[in-house]
Design a protein around this ligand. Structure first.
Ligand code: BGC
Length: 325
């Protein structure tokens, strides 16, 4: 826009570097981020790295070469993504770590949910219902700092029960790149090692919960073993109302994506961001914005996920409706 006496105002340009678009949520993150930025007059260049560190680094360099003002990164690898922060800072651009922390770096801001608390909610929910017995823990991608926070939160709840001998953790593997097929394999192994004697599976997200439930199905154990999740994916919400998945964690992505877009635009304008929280990333205290998530099961799915328009009721209850007919 030409302003008399001020020449041409440059349009703000934001780079959004995503690890993946595989899980349903990331498409929402992208769409809501881009929409809010657009409302604020900014343009967003988006890249997705398909779970590959080198690709993500190259894409970030490419974004920086396109004269972006701010870089927003969902790192595939929370450690090696430090090099992306360095490259951006060399180019004089600020970096926001979105949803996942970038460790041991001078990243400018971290915006996410309270991930330790999410882990506590997942395990706490199951422990309330399976007060004794065998537990299988399926962690997320070992390269994702969130996966560690979920595990830490889960263990904070489970450890006292393990120490008292009330529950036993029969295995606690991780699923590479959050792959459902890895969760399926881990569950098959644990079922065969225990002779199908598992009472609860603490799956860290809905994708891995889906993999675990496929393994349960093969043994006719679907619905008989408690399974947690996270993300309120459509498939998971369907499993919850149908009874094969016990709970999920609903994260109001819209809040995070919109706030991140607003902050990115403010940073691009050179405004100072004041945050009341901070998280240690191994190097220093990183200013942080952490949003609360909600535990969801059959009883409150309608008044949370559906009421917010995150999932559509007809789609969630689709298979049940056809059974009733
Ligand atoms: C996110 C989860 C997501 C997982 C796999 C985590 O970092 O917090 O919401 O399911 O990555 O993409």
């Amino acid at each position: 826009m030409a302003i008399p006496g001020h020449g041409v105002e440059k349009k703000i340009r934001i780079g959004l570097s995503l690890d993946t678009l595989k899980e349903e949520r990331w498409q929402r993150d992208r769409d809501m981020f881009v929409a809010r930025a657009k409302e604020l007059g900014a343009e967003v260049l988006v890249q997705a790295a398909n779970n590959n560190d080198a690709i993500q680094y190259n894409q970030a360099e490419n974004l920086l070469s396109q004269n972006i003002d701010v870089l927003v990164v969902v790192p595939h690898n929370g450690v090696s993504a430090g090099s992306i922060v360095e490259a951006a800072h060399k180019a004089g651009k600020k970096v926001i770590a979105y949803d996942r922390l970038i460790e041991n770096s001078d990243v400018d801001l971290y915006m996410s949910f309270d991930n330790f608390e999410i882990g506590r909610m997942q395990a706490g929910y199951l422990l309330n219902r399976a007060k004794s017995g065998n537990y299988l823990l399926i962690g997320g991608a070992p390269t994702d700092h969130n996966a560690k926070l979920y595990r830490d939160g889960q263990m904070a709840v489970l450890k006292p029960a393990v120490e008292k001998g009330i529950i036993k953790i029969v295995a606690d593997p991780w699923a590479r790149d959050w792959q459902p097929t890895e969760a399926l394999k881990h569950t098959e192994n644990a079922l065969s090692r225990t002779g199908n004697n598992i009472q609860a599976i603490v799956a860290s997200n809905d994708g891995t919960a889906g993999g675990a439930i496929s393994a349960l199905k093969q043994q006719n154990l679907e619905g008989k073993v408690l399974v947690s999740g996270q993300d309120a994916d459509l498939a998971a919400c369907q499993r919850i109302v149908e009874g094969s998945q016990t709970m999920t964690i609903y994260k109001p992505i819209k809040l995070l994506a919109q706030r991140a877009a607003e902050v990115a635009v403010a940073l691009a304008k050179g405004e100072k961001i004041i945050s009341t929280q901070s998280v240690n990333n191994g190097k220093s205290q990183i200013p942080s914005v952490l949003i609360k998530a909600i535990a969801v099961d059959k009883s409150n799915l309608d008044e949370t996920v559906i009421r917010d328009g995150y999932q559509i009721k007809d789609a969630v209850y689709k298979n049940l409706a056809s059974q009733i007919k």
